[in-house]
Design a protein around this ligand. Structure first.
Ligand code: NAG
Ligand code: NAG
Ligand code: NAG
Ligand code: NAG
Ligand code: NAG
Length: 405
């Protein structure tokens, strides 16, 4: 969790310690207005009606904050309450904060930040279909809560009955971030409560047309942090994203049905080549690429970095303008090599000029699971197709069409 905090800590460091910035969050303009303004509203409507009439799949719009994480909305209860969750392909629990019992500052959002976001915690007393299952629930930054059950839907699918954690004690991490909880998209083996994860539940209730989901993260930031709540891509549930993603998908079998875990045959970065199988996972909840210490050190040795000690551990900065000349991260998975060039593994910081954060880190503090984790920089470069039915993961090129939603 420490690692996930790093960029936020960095921003907070500038905002509070240096007082150079007010948090320049932009209000999200709203998809409809944006599409109308860009003359794409009609095309969007056609696309939506096309996909729902075929019943193939439904698309959940993703939003991003600081390039640091991505969120989409879900609806819980009767009548439905809308919550903003962080879809996480490296955990398997659905959980969110309890409006009545989660009352600390981190539940509401730290007062200094909440002018930039509004929380809508789940109020189980306002739902006629809510049922308490049992007490005792923990998952990641949810430190204590209970297991409940209620009607759940997302992305326009019919409602299903779904179990989830209702948390009343959360880590301070939650106070910094404008989302209400997590939507775990990994395998049932990682479910901390034994509850069936959302995706498996939707598959077993035939809610999904196909037992797959595709993640498409926009790659239009060109390494620059965009402030506020911005369109960040989409997750297509119950079908492959054939709109934003090339249909030439290369699959590899999962080596473990826990995380989305598979074998990488080799890795290259400049003069460093590792020709030995490595276990790798993908994670939409990591804003970075994580790799082992010895690999990290050999990467740092090949690029022009500045050590920058932060309140929350060490961090390297680079000159954004030098990134195009940095070696690429090259991951060979199955028969193909997936390449993230320099500008794809840095993010621009608000100040000083030409300053970027390196989006590569070591597993320090992560503590479990494989030490290679392909986070947002990978998802922003390739479409990732999570094939639950066949226990495999697929990658394909992004093919953003005229309309980017
Ligand atoms: C949060 O809600 C308040 C009160 O409804 C509103 O005035 C404010 O603009 C909202 N803030 C954001 C960022 O949406
Ligand atoms: C969780 O909260 C319950 C109720 O307050 C308490 O009895 C229990 O000890 C807590 N569990 C942990 C692990 O803190
Ligand atoms: C499919 O994608 C792979 C990996 O990018 C590439 O090597 C192959 O040539 C592509 N095949 C076609 C038919 O485009
Ligand atoms: C790779 O390049 C770096 C920087 O030029 C150098 O310090 C290091 O010794 C090189 N490593 C090998 C194995 O050649
Ligand atoms: C590293 O960056 C500094 C400016 O930040 C520049 O003066 C220097 O030439 C760079 N070194 C290399 C090896 O690119």
């Amino acid at each position: 969790m420490r690692l996930i905090l790093t960029l936020t800590a960095f921003l907070v460091f500038f905002i509070f310690a240096e007082s150079k910035l007010t948090l320049p969050l932009r209000r999200h303009e709203g998809l409809k207005n944006k599409l109308i303004r860009e003359g794409k509203w009609e095309e969007y409507q056609k696309r939506i009606s096309k996909s729902s009439s075929k019943g193939v799949s439904e698309v959940a719009q993703l939003y991003d904050y600081f390039n640091d994480f991505f969120s989409h909305t879900v609806q819980i209860g009767t009548p439905p309450q809308t919550l903003i969750l962080r879809p996480d392909t490296s955990s398997s629990d659905l959980w969110f904060m309890d409006k009545n019992k989660c009352t600390a500052d981190q539940c509401k959002g730290f007062p200094s930040l909440t002018s930039n976001f509004n929380r809508s915690l789940f109020d189980s007393t306002k739902s006629s279909t809510y049922a308490m299952v049992k007490s005792g629930f923990m998952s990641g930054v949810c430190l204590n809560g209970s297991l409940g059950s209620d009607m759940f839907t997302m992305a326009g699918f019919p409602s299903i009955t779904q179990q989830f954690g209702l948390c009343f004690d959360v880590d301070k991490f939650m106070g910094l971030h404008p989302f209400d909880g997590y939507l775990g998209l990994a395998w049932p083996a990682l479910s901390t409560s034994g509850a069936t994860p959302v995706v498996q539940n939707m598959i077993s209730t035939s809610t999904f047309d196909k037992p797959v989901f595709s993640v498409y993260l926009l790659n239009d930031n060109k390494g620059a942090i965009t402030y506020g709540r911005n369109t960040a891509g989409s997750i297509t549930y119950g079908g492959l994203d054939s709109y934003n993603c090339d249909s030439n998908i290369s699959y590899v079998p999962l080596s473990s049905r826990t995380y989305w875990q598979f074998t990488m045959g080799s890795f290259n970065f400049g003069n460093l080549t590792i020709n030995k199988n490595q276990q790798v996972i993908v994670s939409t909840a990591e804003a970075i690429i994580i790799l082992p210490d010895n690999v990290y050190n050999q990467i740092i040795a090949q690029i022009n970095v500045t050590y920058f000690p932060l309140v929350d551990g060490a961090k390297y900065l680079v000159k954004c303008s030098q990134a195009p000349s940095f070696p690429s991260l090259r991951f060979t998975i199955g028969a193909n090599t997936y390449v993230i060039p320099g500008p794809g593994y840095i993010d621009q910081l608000p100040t000083p000029p030409d300053t970027c954060a390196l989006r590569i880190e070591t597993p320090e503090g992560f503590g479990f699971g494989p030490s290679w984790i392909l986070g947002a920089p990978f998802y922003r470069t390739y479409c990732v197709h999570h094939d639950v039915g066949n226990g495999q993961i697929g990658f394909s090129a992004q093919t953003p069409k005229s309309m980017v939603i």
